[in-house]
Design a binder for this molecule. Structure first.
Ligand SMILES: *[C@@H]1O[C@H](CO)[C@@H](O)[C@H](O)[C@H]1NC(C)=O
Ligand SMILES: *[C@@H]1O[C@H](CO)[C@@H](O)[C@H](O)[C@H]1NC(C)=O
Ligand SMILES: *[C@@H]1O[C@H](CO)[C@@H](O)[C@H](O)[C@H]1NC(C)=O
Ligand SMILES: *[C@@H]1O[C@H](CO)[C@@H](O)[C@H](O)[C@H]1NC(C)=O
Ligand SMILES: *[C@@H]1O[C@H](CO)[C@@H](O)[C@H](O)[C@H]1NC(C)=O
Ligand SMILES: *[C@@H]1O[C@H](CO)[C@@H](O)[C@H](O)[C@H]1NC(C)=O
Ligand SMILES: *[C@@H]1O[C@H](CO)[C@@H](O)[C@H](O)[C@H]1NC(C)=O
Ligand SMILES: *[C@@H]1O[C@H](CO)[C@@H](O)[C@H](O)[C@H]1NC(C)=O
Ligand SMILES: *[C@@H]1O[C@H](CO)[C@@H](O)[C@H](O)[C@H]1NC(C)=O
Ligand SMILES: *[C@@H]1O[C@H](CO)[C@@H](O)[C@H](O)[C@H]1NC(C)=O
Ligand SMILES: *[C@@H]1O[C@H](CO)[C@@H](O)[C@H](O)[C@H]1NC(C)=O
Ligand SMILES: *[C@@H]1O[C@H](CO)[C@@H](O)[C@H](O)[C@H]1NC(C)=O
Length: 826
């Protein structure tokens, strides 16, 4: 705006100002202007862009780069050289351009002095020498005859009463602003910022330049009156500047108090910049008279007292900087009344109390800085109404309570959210994930709990996450890897555990990582950021290992041994437990069995009819009919104890009838009893005895018929009498299952059956396979039957189970070839 205005004024300046119209002196012409410009060119030592290359004897003067003539092309009126990086000094002969109205040298490297000969430029209205080095001694210049000249604004400038725009900012000028400048009574812009000008604030000059619109004196070495202690004279003098719009006095270490006379600058001032001074005292209530103020900057002063609530009457205020002072008391509730406030900086004061809810009414606010105060209480949820916020800094206060979920109405928040160094509690609100535009979130040094939720990855613009020094728990989500713009990630000083998410190595922008002081475990991932970090990123995580220098490395071998040792221990424990359990079980069962079997035997002996009743009765005749009269055609097998025939009972049940060889005299009674006992043995891997038939010279067992025959026939399928045996069709799985079935059946016989039975004749031909290939052990207890039948000595039978001598009964004599079932697994 300001520059635009100046441009307009430059255009205006091109037009002759009636008050300063002169007749051209006849001896002055374009030729003298050419001579002056060529002399100007001679003092330029460097012209990197050759902007002055057409400044020669041939080209028309008015066509010289940067040169403008009046409409009749009689005379040179403007010389404008911007950003040409010309190095050299400003020739005094430029004073021969007597019709010059605008001299604008911006961002070159002119040095030396502003030649006093300017005073002859009666028509000069705009002198704009910005970003030059005027005031800096030029070595060549010092050798010249001008070496005694001051590097100051020449007093002779007062001879140019037409100057209305004097812009000398960003030079190296020293000395005071010459009082003669008041001759330029039309001066509207006096801008001497960023020089080394000295002396008291130019109160007299200001008082005599009533047309001043802009007075920019910032960043010089001026002081206030009375040995830098009194601002009153200056502000009083400004009373005459009734249209003053911008007053800038920043960065000068000005002392004194803000006078109440500031209220006299009534009605015109829009910008008051007094930052970086030593202004003490409080804000005078008369400040509210500056009703048109849009920018008030009092940052970095020694101001104290409370912030007057009246300040809120500055209804046009757009930027309010009060930070880095000593303001106390609370933030006035009335502050919510600003209608156009875009920036509120109250940081670095001693403000206490709660954040007023009314701040939520500042709906145009872009920046809110309340950090570094003594504010207490909760964050008002109403702040969520400030939807245009792009920076919110509430850090370094004593704020308590939860982070209000409403804060996430700040969806547009683009730059940062800083709530760090407070006493905020509660979980990390999941609503934070709605802040899609926020670039930096700093919630560090609070009392926040809960987890880092995976939805954080929705905040795709995030460049910095600082959640350090809280009480966050759990595992970091893998989704962090989706934050493609992340540059810094700090979760140090929490209670986080689990492994470090590998996905972090996908973020190419990540350059800072701090996971220190947590309970992370496992291996530090590799790739990406993990290849460049040092152990400083992982301090105090005792369970971490990896290839980062300073972190214990995860020796794979050690780890493997560790795991193996662990597994071995595990299995030993399991084994021992099972073993002990088995022993207990065996002992327990044995006791139980003896009790039961003793009881049973007693009941059996006492009531045999009952038991017989449990047996389906079958007669020799029926058996004979079922087997076709023990037809050789029906013979399905024979063994040491007898022959087996296939038969069909009258009810259609297929059965196997085992007819026992009997050696000597027999006892039907004891045979039946043994059958009774054996019949009680029920196990899915033992052939069930359906019934028995006992005659003095004929004893047979009726068993279920097994369709798949014996294991022997499956292992060695014969074709007729030929010894050329075909190969077995049993799969490995089937073989394993068969082994397991046999073992289970035997284990039952040995340990769990009501009577102890030693098979004595276990061999493939005694293992039968049913329809679904389950193996059933047959012929167990035959030895008992034969013995009882043969010896007729019940006493022997009774003792058989408990006699260790009998444990090997039959084994030696009857071990059949192939009884070693390991062949099943070949
Ligand atoms: C500048 O003007 C003066 C008279 O006003 C004249 O004597 C002098 O030669 C001029 N110098 C140049 C370089 O034109
Ligand atoms: C000077 O500029 C004008 C208009 O820009 C042009 O018409 C004229 O030819 C130029 N003269 C020379 C000598 O370059
Ligand atoms: C301008 O001049 C100063 C001193 O003469 C020198 O230090 C500086 O580098 C120059 N700047 C440029 C851009 O040439
Ligand atoms: C101010 O201008 C008047 C005439 O316009 C002149 O006499 C006087 O010397 C000038 N003052 C200074 C300080 O140059
Ligand atoms: C203010 O300006 C008036 C004339 O406009 C002048 O008489 C008066 O002295 C000036 N005040 C100061 C403090 O210079
Ligand atoms: C100005 O103040 C400084 C310190 O603030 C002091 O040393 C100096 O004597 C004072 N000068 C006068 C003239 O009071
Ligand atoms: C400035 O404000 C004060 C009160 O703060 C008031 O008394 C005074 O009249 C105001 N001055 C002007 C010129 O309005
Ligand atoms: C206000 O002062 C601060 C501190 O010097 C500065 O950073 C900021 O840019 C100033 N604002 C304006 C608008 O001058
Ligand atoms: C703010 O917190 C600090 C540290 O916890 C404490 O010393 C101070 O007294 C608190 N101030 C207020 C106003 O609560
Ligand atoms: C708050 O956090 C933001 C973003 O990280 C940072 O730019 C700002 O300087 C922090 N504020 C303070 C007072 O440290
Ligand atoms: C995070 O915050 C802590 C404490 O508030 C601070 O010490 C640390 O430097 C911050 N980390 C980053 C990366 O800004
Ligand atoms: C925050 O945590 C600190 C440290 O554990 C504790 O001293 C303090 O009382 C907690 N503050 C609140 C408000 O919970």
């Amino acid at each position: 705006m300001f520059l635009f205005l100046l441009q307009c004024l430059v255009i205006i300046a091109e037009q002759p100002i009636s008050g300063y119209q002169h007749h051209y002196p006849p001896h002055h012409s374009l030729q003298t202007d050419r001579a002056a410009l060529l002399a100007f060119k001679k003092t330029i030592s460097s012209d990197p862009y050759s902007v002055l290359s057409n400044w020669n004897e041939v080209t028309q003067v008015c066509n010289f780069t940067g040169v403008r003539c009046n409409t009749k092309r009689h005379r040179v009126t403007k010389l404008i050289l911007r950003n040409a990086e010309l190095v050299g000094m400003l020739s005094p002969l430029i004073a021969n351009l007597t019709r010059l109205r605008v001299l604008k040298l911006v961002n070159n490297n002119f040095s030396g002095i502003i030649p006093p000969e300017f005073s002859s430029l009666q028509h000069l209205s705009l002198l704009w020498l910005e970003g030059e080095q005027f005031g800096r001694p030029d070595t060549r210049f010092l050798l010249s005859s001008y070496q005694t000249c001051l590097r100051e604004i020449p007093t002779e400038i007062g001879n140019c009463p037409g100057i209305w725009n004097l812009a000398l900012y960003n030079n190296q000028l020293t000395g005071e602003i010459p009082f003669s400048i008041i001759n330029a009574s039309l001066m509207f812009n006096l801008d001497v910022e960023y020089n080394h000008l000295k002396g008291e604030l130019p109160s007299e000059i200001a008082a005599n330049l009533p047309e001043l619109l802009y007075l920019h004196l910032s960043y010089n070495n001026m002081v206030s009156h009375d040995n830098n202690s009194n601002l009153v004279p200056f502000f009083t003098a400004l009373k005459n500047c009734t249209i003053l719009d911008e007053l800038e006095l920043a960065g000068m270490e000005l002392g004194g108090k803000l006078p109440s006379s500031i209220g006299q600058l009534v009605g015109s001032l829009t910008s008051l910049l007094l930052q970086e001074n030593r202004i003490a005292g409080s804000i005078p209530p008369t400040l509210v008279n500056l009703t048109r103020l849009t920018v008030l900057n009092l940052t970095y002063n020694f101001l104290s007292g409370t912030i007057p609530a009246e300040i809120s009457q500055l209804s046009y205020l757009e930027q309010l900087f009060l930070s880095h002072n000593f303001f106390t008391g609370s933030i006035p509730v009335a502050m919510g009344q600003f209608r156009h406030l875009g920036l509120l900086d109250l940081s670095n004061n001693r403000l206490s109390g709660e954040i007023p809810k009314s701040l939520g009414d500042l709906i145009q606010l872009n920046f809110m800085f309340l950090n570094h105060n003594l504010l207490t209480g909760a964050i008002p949820p109403s702040l969520g109404q400030c939807e245009d916020l792009s920076k919110l800094d509430l850090s370094y206060n004593n704020l308590t309570g939860n982070i209000p979920p409403e804060i996430t109405s700040l969806r547009e928040i683009r730059i940062f959210l800083n709530l760090s160094n407070n006493h905020l509690e509660g979980t990390l609100p999941i609503e934070l994930s709605k802040l899609e535009n926020v670039q930096e979130i700093d919630l560090s040094s609070n009392n926040l709990t809960g987890i880092v939720f995976p939805q954080i990855s929705s905040c795709i613009a995030l460049r910095l996450i600082n959640l350090s020094h809280n009480f966050l728990r759990g595992q970091l989500p893998e989704t962090l890897g989706d934050l493609k713009n992340l540059e810094a990630f700090d979760v140090s000083g929490n209670l986080l555990s689990g492994t470090i998410p590998t996905s972090l190595n996908k973020i190419h922008t990540l350059t800072f990582l701090n996971l220190s002081c947590n309970n992370f475990a496992g291996t530090i991932p590799s790739g990406g950021i993990f290849d460049s970090v040092t152990n400083l990123s992982f301090l105090h995580n005792w369970e971490l290992c990896g290839s980062v220098p300073g972190i214990p490395s995860c020796h794979r071998k050690n780890n493997f041994f560790h795991v193996r040792a662990y597994l071995i221990t595990f299995f030993i424990v399991i084994f021992v437990t099972v073993f002990i359990a088995a022993i207990c079980c065996v002992i327990g069962c044995r006791r139980l069995k003896t009790i039961i079997s003793v009881g049973n035997v007693e009941t059996e002996t006492k009531s045999p009819p009952e038991l017989i009743h449990n047996f389906p009765r079958i007669t020799y005749k029926e058996l004979s009919e079922a087997t076709g009269g023990f037809d050789e055609q029906r013979l399905v097998g024979s063994g040491s104890y007898g022959r087996v025939y296939k038969g069909i009972l009258p009810d259609g049940t297929p059965v196997a009838v085992k007819v026992l060889h009997l050696q000597t005299g027999n006892s039907t009674k004891s045979f039946i009893r043994e059958c009774q006992v054996l019949k009680r043995i029920r196990h899915r891997n033992l052939i069930r005895i359906i019934t028995a038939c006992s005659l003095p010279d004929f004893k047979a067992l009726v068993l279920p018929y097994m369709a798949n025959g014996s294991l022997d026939s499956r292992l060695y399928p014969h074709s007729g009498t030929s010894l050329a045996s075909g190969s077995s069709d049993l799969s490995l799985i089937q073989r394993v299952n068969i082994c397991s079935d046999i073992a289970e059946g035997m284990a039952y016989l040995h340990h769990h059956s009501p009577v102890r039975v030693i098979h004595c004749d276990l061999k493939p031909s005694n293992v039968l396979l049913n329809d679904d290939m389950t193996a059933l052990v047959a012929d167990f207890g035959i030895a008992r039957l034969v013995m009882t039948a043969g010896a007729g000595n019940a006493g022997v039978v009774e003792n058989m189970g408990s006699s260790t001598a009998n444990m090997l009964c039959g084994s030696i004599g009857y071990i059949a070839p192939g009884t070693d079932f390991s062949f099943l697994l070949i």
